[in-house]
Design a protein around this ligand. Structure first.
Ligand code: AR6
Length: 172
């Protein structure tokens, strides 16, 4: 029952008390706008210090840091693709973000991970298509791996949550 381990919540991801929250980062790993700005503000300046030490993260990859002042113990910084019409490898790169984030969570023995809707804000990825990729990757991972036990999709609006919930129900 993969869906029993996947849930959709509405709210601010910086408030979630989970092992790791995922940041929709950019390749520089420095604080930007959107959820990335919110995570850096809530975590405090030590997060950016650690990000600077790590350096650049290519699109599709992910890096893990401490959570500092966040309730979450870790932040996994995943760099999603900017939408360029869909023929520049965006679906594969977005899928890789989810897989690489889940792999990092597993390597660190984490039980719970919360994702925002990576790439669907400033980077302009159409939400419906991005949701399909996010859920497909989570379901595939969970069907093959025991960890993380719980995958949470944290939506910032009721509209986004309705799309996630409908996609989750359709896939069950
Ligand atoms: N909690 C949960 N979701 C949120 C929050 C929050 N506090 N704030 C925004 N969202 P975006 P991207 C949602 O733009 O498209 C940054 O500057 C938002 O509604 O944050 O991957 C980075 O540094 C949307 O559904 O990320 C990059 O340069 C989702 O988070 C670039 O923007 C992602 O929107 C990344 O753009």
């Amino acid at each position: 029952m993969p869906n029993a381990r996947i849930s959709v919540v509405i709210g601010d991801i910086t408030q979630l008390d989970v092992d790791a929250i995922v940041n929709a980062a950019n390749e520089s790993l420095l604080a930007g706008g959107g959820v990335c700005g919110a995570i850096h503000r809530a975590a405090g300046p030590d997060l950016e210090v650690e990000c600077r030490r790590i350096g650049r993260c290519p699109t599709g990859e992910a890096r893990i840091t401490a959570g500092y002042r966040l309730p979450a113990r870790y932040v996994i910084h995943a760099v999603g693709p900017a939408w360029q019409g869909g023929h520049r490898g965006e679906p594969e790169l977005l899928g890789a973000c989810y897989r690489n984030s889940l792999a990092l969570a597993q390597q660190h023995g984490l039980s719970s991970i919360a994702f925002p809707a990576i790439s669907t804000g400033i980077f302009g990825y159409p939400l419906q298509a991005a949701t399909g990729i996010a859920l497909a990757e989570a379901r595939r991972w969970i069907s093959e791996q025991p960890k993380p036990e719980r995958v949470i999709f944290c939506c910032f609006s009721d509209r986004d949550a309705a799309i996630y919930s409908a996609a989750l129900a359709a896939a069950s």
